[in-house]
Ligand binder design. Sequence first.
Ligand code: AMP
Length: 291
Amino acid sequence: MGEFRNLIELAPLHNPHNIRGINACMKKLPDVPMVAVFDTAFHAGMPPHAYIYGLPYVMYKKYGIRRYGFHGTSHHYVSDIAAEKIGKPISELKIITAHLGNGASIAAVQNGTSVDTSMGFTPLEGLLMGTRSGDLDPAIILHIMAREELTLHEANTLLNKHSGLVGISGLSSDMREVIDAADTNSNASLALDSYCYRVKKYIGAYAAAMGGVDALVFTAGIGENSPIVRQMICEKLQFLGIEVNETKNNDAIASYADISTENARVKTFVIPTNEELVIARDTKQIVEQET
Ligand code: AMP
């Protein structure tokens, strides 16, 4: 458990609550084995060139500073389902999985392994999120800290809780409210445009990283429920083979759907995620191994 506590700084919004949950369960169920399924596990096979940062290598050796990635259980689950739906072994496929919830990340899954993902050392990197900034020039935070005389804690709060959709729109971290306001509020419209543009950029980057793409998957709250966001992301991606059928896209709400056009080279799917199922399967496997 001590080791787990050392990981709090990697995911300050999640780890303290998880530790509290495990402690409470251990008190109530002392004879039941407790298994922690890490959201980083699926990304563990990432090659060094994808996980290393352009910092002195000693920072990696000393502090473990590298890309870890998160939402691994979700990326794992939906990439498996996509392969099943295509009817080919996942070992032959290049899949881009976009987990767009309040937290958001995207992964490049090649031959069943996550070869790159947008979240990094912490869940802060990558896509614009409900309250997190995602990618930014690291010098910006130094500049703001100096100008606003922010403490480390305040800077952390600014980046994790007051940025992203809520930061740009000034309205809400909830994509539904941002979309509703976008027609009349220019900041909401900017937040929506910026959100979709960032996802689109990553799709291009990951198609390049894998040397192509066979399937694109949308999942989580926004990915499963928002035809507008999916349509804005996929616009102008025909050159990659991504073409979305408008009616299928509009009809796909919170359930499995293939939303690609008949002739699209890339299959675009909406796949409701099921992180609980992956966690249950991993737990079963680990407990069986241990006993
Ligand atoms: P999650 O973290 O996966 O539970 O996703 C939560 C987010 O999904 C919420 O913050 C909403 O912004 C978003 N969401 C849920 N339903 C919709 C919808 N119909 N349209 C757009 N966004 C939605």
